[in-house]
Ligand binder design. Sequence first.
Ligand code: NFS
Length: 662
Amino acid sequence: MAIKRSGCEGCADITCGSTKEVLSQDIAGSVVTAYDRIESRGVSACLFGSGGTCCRNCNMGPCQIIDGVDEMIGVCGATADTVASRNFARIVAAGSAAHTDHAREMVKGFIETAKGNGPHQIKDVDKLMSLAAVFGIETEGREINDVALELGEKALAEFGKQDDRPLSMLKRAPAKRQELWKKLGVEPRGVDREVVEMMHRTHMGVDQDYKNLTLQASRTALADGWGSSMLSTELTDIMFGTPVPRRAIVDLGVLKPDQVNVTVHGHEPLLAEALCIAAQDEEILALAKKAGAKGVNLAGVCCTGNEILMRRGIPVAAGFIQQEMALATGAIEAMVVDVQCIMQSVAQVARNFHTDIITTNYRAKMPDAVHIQFDEESPLESAKAILKHAIKNYRKRGEFFIPEKSKLDVVVGFSHETINYMLGGRFRASYRPLNDNIINGRIRGVGAIVGCDNFKLTDEGHEIIARELIKNDILVLATGCAATALGRAGLVNPEAVRFAGPGLAEVCEAVGMPPVLHMGSCVDNSRILIAATEMVKEGGLGDDISDLPAIGTAPLWMSEKAVAIGQYFVASGAQVVFQSLPVSGAKQFNKYLLEGMMGEYGAHWNVAEDPHEIARIMIKAIDEKREALGINKQRERVLFDMAMRRDMGKNPVGAGCHGPGA
Ligand code: NFS
């Protein structure tokens, strides 16, 4: 049973404005959400689980380890450091596997496109040629699709490569970083191989040295960041177009009362792109009209949402924590899902309404859902079959409630290429102006806010950190559900420049860009790696990523993918701050992640729970890098004071985003 809610005002513990409004309606009365489940669970988390010292990798246990207590080591003798580092490494392997499996599907779709099958074409020929060069592909005098096919086949081979040569994409990193990886022995080989080796080394009785385990965790994560995630982003751009700035809406209010509402939830853009084309198909539109609807309205959820938002300006209805609330509107005919971040509870929420959850991928089926397999070889036919099913539901729609659409839009589409053009101009595109503005101090540094949102923590976390960073002249790059949350908070548009410090505001106003740049989905964190590399190559800010005044955070991380991202950022030389890590039960390993990695990679993990503290750590780290580069001039940190808090309160969208624990 749902926990009783006392209307919108009384729902201070339940996420943002429009979702609170939805949940306070009578039609949502029997909807049970994750917030309800967290509240009704009423017990604090298991200390062994949250400290990373529960081992269930063999059947002599499970063993719950207490660091420093002799009789509380594993039956096999495994110590807290061994167990926590194995568990951490398995999280990295799982996150990397998710990105990798996604990327492989994108490469296969790319190969079909190169062969001329399906509705897509090669859209970004410049990017095709630059990636072909990375793979040593001859391009002179060849047909575009011929080059694309060779690129697709070579990219696919990177996953299952069996020799010991490093991944081709590593060549894109700064030269100094490549040398360091070689010296440390963490250059990734075949992407799949690194995940398999990680699982092997964490099996009972194999690798028992936490530092050695973490080396393989780095290699696995680097295979994700510079290998699979980067391949996915680049090939998706080549096929569907590299994002350019466009205005759109991020809000539940984008559902339409008189159209068939279909939300696309998950991660692989092949399905979403096909749905976008199918939704405009004459046969589909005629069927929708016959059912009494004016058309088919597509809206995104989670990272699939970010993909079509970036490339097509299709609105995002909901981020991760709002997926149940989107269904609670009663206005959605079908929620189409593929893989990752889809909560099993969506099928239970949908049972309250006429909505169908449509699974589309053989790898991710759900009880109580309808399955329509997405066929990569005939994507348009699959997409039409899905939409036809959704249209059939339109007449069954009962009472529904759609909150008023947000007046605040977002400006998205900041690929690395866009930043290049915006700052340098189309004919002299370069990162020179960014570097110069960092050197002259107008921009203090760069802060990435990435990753998930999380029911356990306040949804305001992203907003608080972003506001404090931009106020202190730090340019923010955002991806994933963090970017969606910042969009809801009204910070992802040029008008938000009024919240920025004077230096950052001056630069943003000059080029017309927001102080928070939406760079896409979670796999698009690879765009941040490329942007950082370009900054290094441009000169004046050191000769490695670890020299840059830049740092990242995933303050509300929830998914294993976020930890894989954190590890590849650190192994690439960029510091990260997470709200927590499941390693605190192992003293030496914890210290190694939070301090020791610095000596090897020039970067380490940081942990801080409070968003203000996270912002403080980020600003301090940026100032230390500026100091080391000799470009720092002492200045006060602008604190997040009452005036700024009141400002948040006045914001019509960002107001009142409180999760439990706020
Ligand atoms: Ni990233 Fe995307 Fe969102 Fe987190 Fe899930 S949707 S890939 S994992 S929750 S940002």
